[in-house]
Design a protein around this ligand. Structure first.
Ligand SMILES: [Fe+2]
Ligand SMILES: [Fe+2]
Length: 367
């Protein structure tokens, strides 16, 4: 991890105290109140973890105007209802959207008929000494998924020798592999060589492009870009002032525009946006607020929404959280390997035309 790489932050000791039932804590402000949405969302998220009725650590709260979104997964329908009950006490006056998914703890939720299973992981940070570390997992991915997506930071410093090690590890995978590069893969200035080695091995590396991959469960569309930073609503850079600032924001804007165009052109029943940088701050909880502008951009989130993605997958935020969603309500998953704490996640999509394919509820964590 370099200085440029985000690190997990320490727990925020300065946040609002949250212990005991929600009713005993200070009441959150209403939608027209003075408390900024980000702070209120963090307050509710902390309360959901502390309240004995909910006790859920993995629920993300997003507030957009007068709407409040809950997402994440819990083990039972009762827990899902409890989360909504506690949140509604703290968010009086808000229009509450409960997108929390029920995933039984005793295993995968099962494979819906006609579903496509997509494995994803980012931030593998393969080095020249990594041979053998990933191959056993990649050898099993074909048993669990139809496709493997890699969300950037494939190498430690973008050395082609590191990419060659990753190619060796991926030889164990029996499913198609699609990837984007991350900032680490650019560090040596050899990103084209890194991408070339992967492409020669059959990995499709995307940068502002899309591909439709045929799988036994049906075609899957993937539009990919590394993306870049800039920040999120209320705390972001703009293309104003010095040329360097314009170039910074312009790089992100260009990536977002190409992503949206690639997504919109996809003709596939499942459409996935594959990124390295984050399209939302809802999957950054756990990182220091000060580095959010270096972790992603709202411009990418707008592209995901306008392009019609069913889900956006990203990495880069090693200390973030897995579940989130864009301002437009598109599900987002941070698949950075340090976040997943497992070799890869497997997400399940229902087949084309089924109800719920685009509302997030059909996207279930299968491992
Ligand atoms: Fe990384
Ligand atoms: Fe990164």
């Amino acid at each position: 991890m370099t200085d440029a790489e985000p690190r997990a932050s320490e727990p925020d000791a300065s946040g609002p105290a949250a212990s005991g039932p929600a009713a005993s804590r200070p009441r959150a402000s209403g939608p027209d109140g003075s408390e900024p949405g980000g702070y209120l969302a963090e307050h509710v998220r902390t309360a959901l973890a502390a309240d004995p009725r909910a006790g859920e650590l993995g629920v993300t709260v997003r507030i957009v105007g007068s709407r409040a979104f809950l997402c994440g997964d819990v083990s039972t329908p009762e827990r899902r209802d409890a989360v909504a009950a506690v949140a509604s006490e703290l968010l009086a006056g808000y229009e509450l959207h409960n997108d929390v998914t029920v995933t039984p703890v005793d295993g995968a939720p099962g494979r819906p008929a006609g579903a496509v299973r997509v494995a994803a992981v980012g931030d593998l940070h393969v080095g020249t000494d990594s041979a053998g570390r990933l191959r056993p997992h990649f050898e099993r991915v074909g048993d669990e998924a139809d496709l493997l997506l890699l969300a950037g930071d494939l190498t430690r410093v973008g050395d082609p020798e590191e990419a060659a090690v990753l190619v060796g590890e991926l030889r164990g995978a029996t499913v198609p592999v699609v990837a984007v590069l991350g900032n680490h893969d650019y560090h040596c200035g050899r990103e084209r060589a890194v991408a070339g080695l992967l492409e020669d091995a059959g990995v499709r590396v995307l940068e502002g492009e899309a591909v439709v991959v045929g799988t036994p469960s049906g075609p899957v569309g993937v539009a990919g870009t590394k993306g870049f930073g800039g920040g999120f609503a209320g705390a972001c850079g703009s293309d104003f002032g010095e040329p360097l600032m314009k170039a910074f924001v312009g790089h992100t804007r260009e990536a977002a525009e190409r992503l949206e165009e690639a997504l919109a052109g996809l003709d596939a029943p499942v459409r996935i946006a594959l990124l390295h940088y984050a399209p939302t701050d809802t999957t950054l909880h756990g990182e220091r607020l000060e580095i959010y502008p270096f972790l992603g951009s709202y411009l990418l989130g707008e592209a995901v929404d306008r392009g019609g993605a069913d889900v956006a997958l990203h990495g880069h935020a090693h200390g973030g959280t897995e579940h989130g969603l864009t301002d437009g309500g598109t599900p987002v998953r941070n698949v950075a390997q340090p976040v997943l704490r497992r070799p890869y996640a497997v997400y399940c999509f229902t087949a084309a035309g089924e109800a719920g394919c685009n509302d997030g509820s059909a996207l279930a964590v299968a491992r």
